[in-house]
Design a protein around this ligand. Structure first.
Ligand code: UDP
Ligand code: GLC
Ligand code: MN
Length: 305
């Protein structure tokens, strides 16, 4: 029974995302392999780095929805660059795995999420733009040439209503919304930033449970260190940059517990959110000794001998 995380990078920018995702997966202590799909557009130097670090790298052909008659659909989401995400469909050809989890290169794993491999084929989380459809940045699936061929056929016949893989996959797995609940991944496995009015309070309550962060949209952490100011983005941008700078030895890190997952330099916001969500860091910075020290300092009580 072979299982793997799969990601995709068609160029050097997204390859930076893929390498950072890989660092985050290692830090999470995953026991599964990590496999990167690339295209010939990735430079030789970056390809070598990917080959040294990932368990597997496979070169695939670019498949772009611009090659089909449906390219105008992409303008609806303002991302003409996303036609190339049809290349993602190659992941169904990796039949050496019985179960796999696809992760966009703009995702980051901040807590071990290996339990995703226990989910049934096909599982995904709701899209925040239209929650009756799923977001295709994180999904659990079983590679299959039959499905690959059916998706290829759909791509060139009906096409994708958003011009990218997400429209196509929602067309193909159009019964996803009505499948048993195990197929519906909780939002903490594909946590995207949002501006909608219920978001901030919910994020404060549940944000500490997040396992996989997804930086959807045109702005990516590798393009900038600053954010548009929405709550989760600044701390997760920092965390992404610290994973990005991490140098892991080729040997796997031992299975990490949550406390050994690298944190952003200033993790006070995350700790506050975790505290407010009822998950104090009992043994770490929220330990009794530290809390007492803080109270003592505030009250200016001289420390006991
Ligand atoms: N991708 C890529 N090259 C591109 C655009 C996208 O390799 O030029 C891959 C990459 O894995 C990326 C995924 O396709 O994470 C989906 O694109 P993106 O994450 O930009 O879409 P969003 O999640 O912002 O809608
Ligand atoms: C979506 C998803 C991404 C997908 C893209 C194109 O918003 O986040 O994974 O590749 O749009 O369909
Ligand atoms: Mn994405």
């Amino acid at each position: 029974m072979s299982q793997a995380w799969i990601t995709l990078a068609t160029n050097d920018q997204y390859a930076r995302g893929a390498l950072t995702l890989l660092n985050s997966l290692h830090a999470s202590g995953t026991t599964r392999k990590v496999h990167c799909l690339i295209t010939n557009e990735v430079s030789a130097a970056v390809r070598e780095e990917l080959e040294n670090k990932f368990d597997e790298v496979t070169v695939v052909d670019v498949f772009n929805s611009n090659d089909t008659k449906f390219q105008e659909n992409l303008s609806l989401i303002g991302r003409p660059d996303l036609g190339v995400t049809f290349t993602k469909l190659h992941c169904w050809r990796l039949t050496q795995y019985t179960k796999a989890v696809f992760l966009d290169a703009d995702t980051m794993v901040i807590q071990n999420a290996d339990e995703l491999f226990d989910r049934p084929d096909f599982s995904a989380a709701a899209d925040i733009g239209w929650p009756d459809m799923f977001n295709s940045g994180v999904f659990v699936f079983s590679p299959s040439l039959v499905i690959y061929r059916a998706l290829m056929h759909l791509a060139t016949s009906t096409g994708s209503f958003d011009g990218g893989d997400q429209g196509l996959l929602n067309e193909y797995f159009s019964n996803w919304r009505d499948l048993p609940s195990a197929h519906r991944l909780p939002f903490i496995y594909n946590m995207t930033g949002g501006e909608f009015y219920s978001y901030a309070a919910a994020y404060r309550k549940y944000g500490g449970q997040t396992k996989i962060v997804h930086f959807i949209g045109a702005q990516k952490p590798w393009n900038s260190t600053t954010t548009d100011g929405s709550l989760h983005k600044s701390e997760h941008y920092q965390q992404w940059h610290s994973f990005s700078e991490q140098k892991f030895s080729p040997a796997r890190q031992p299975k990490a517990d949550a406390s050994s997952v690298p944190q952003a330099e200033d993790d006070s916001d995350m700790r506050r959110i975790a505290w407010e969500a009822g998950h104090p860091d009992y043994l770490g910075k929220d330990s009794f000794d530290n809390i007492k020290k803080a109270i003592d300092e505030v009250l200016a009580v001289p420390p006991k001998k």
